[in-house]
Design a protein around this ligand. Structure first.
Ligand code: SF4
Length: 276
């Protein structure tokens, strides 16, 4: 049986970069877990002594370095962190930094700011905190815009993981109803690249193995796409691999969720090779 990996799977650029930063930072803490994968968090703690704290209050004088996660933190929390006289290592993804910078610049120029996204998501809480005025509105649908009295100058950005087609509904509404709209496409394609790749591979494979957390929504999405096209299984570790699955199969496709490290994917592949 042949084993083939999807063209794009696993860690995105921003997460890969954050993990590398953590590995090179040794003896640091992250503000919240770096990624949603307990095995990877354990590996960073055991091999690099990089642990995590849940709040600023837990940062005491024994902690010398603090890593900011990929989706960034609100500006006032960053300031408070700096006051604690720790070395701040910023692993905010550059694709998240971009909307932060745009919101800061456009608000300085007097534009009302519309952010398309979930106001409770840490990335959005960070992005909105960069406005220098309070005319920042976070919306998910054009209907919500109808209730907001906006000025003539409007700038808009999107949460990095949102769908472009949904963002277009917001931007179309704004353009139809206002004179000056500055639209910034801040959507990151990483999630969609993994989804497109799993769709493509599952059409040619006889079986797909998706590696990742069973509670990870992006991993479940990959699994749902795969099982539309062929027999598919979602596994968290190599012990879940069942040799029966591979009987009479010619091509096994592999994909992994955005928080699944490469070493775990390789472990699964070698287990499949062992049992087939
Ligand atoms: S913005 Fe894109 S590349 Fe950056 S962390 Fe998020 S999904 Fe990954």
């Amino acid at each position: 049986m042949l084993i083939k990996k999807a063209k794009s799977y696993g860690f995105c650029f921003g997460v890969k970069r954050a993990v590398e930063i953590a590995e090179n930072s040794q003896n640091a803490v992250t503000l919240g877990p770096l990624i949603h994968n307990p095995l990877e968090i354990k590996r960073l703690a055991e091999n690099y002594n990089v642990k995590f704290v849940n709040s600023l209050d837990e940062i005491n004088k024994n902690i010398k370095r603090v890593i900011v996660r990929t989706h960034g933190i609100p500006r006032d929390r960053l300031e408070k962190l700096k006051e604690k006289q720790v070395e701040v290592i910023d692993a905010t993804c550059p694709f998240v930094k971009k909307p932060q910078e745009i919101v800061e610049q456009m608000s300085k120029e007097g534009y009302d700011i519309i952010i398309f996204g979930d106001k409770n998501h840490p990335e959005i809480q960070g992005v909105m905190s960069y406005a220098v005025h309070n005319r920042v509105f976070v919306v998910l649908t054009p209907e919500e815009l109808k209730n907001i009295k906006l000025k003539e100058k409007i700038a808009t950005v999107a949460q990095t993981t949102r769908k472009l087609t949904d963002y277009l509904k917001i931007t179309n509404f704004l353009i139809e109803n206002h004179k000056e709209v500055r639209v910034f496409n801040t959507i990151c394609n990483a999630t969609f690249e993994n989804q497109d790749a799993v769709r493509e591979l599952s059409k040619e494979a006889d079986i797909m193995i998706i590696v990742g957390g069973k509670n990870s929504s992006n991993t479940k999405q990959l699994y749902n796409i795969a099982k539309e096209n062929c027999e598919s299984y979602l596994v968290e570790n190599e012990d879940e691999i069942n040799p029966e699955w591979f009987k009479n199969k010619k091509l096994c496709g592999i994909s992994a969720g955005a928080s699944t490290p490469e070493w775990l994917v390789e472990k699964i592949i070698s287990k499949i090779k062992d049992v087939t």
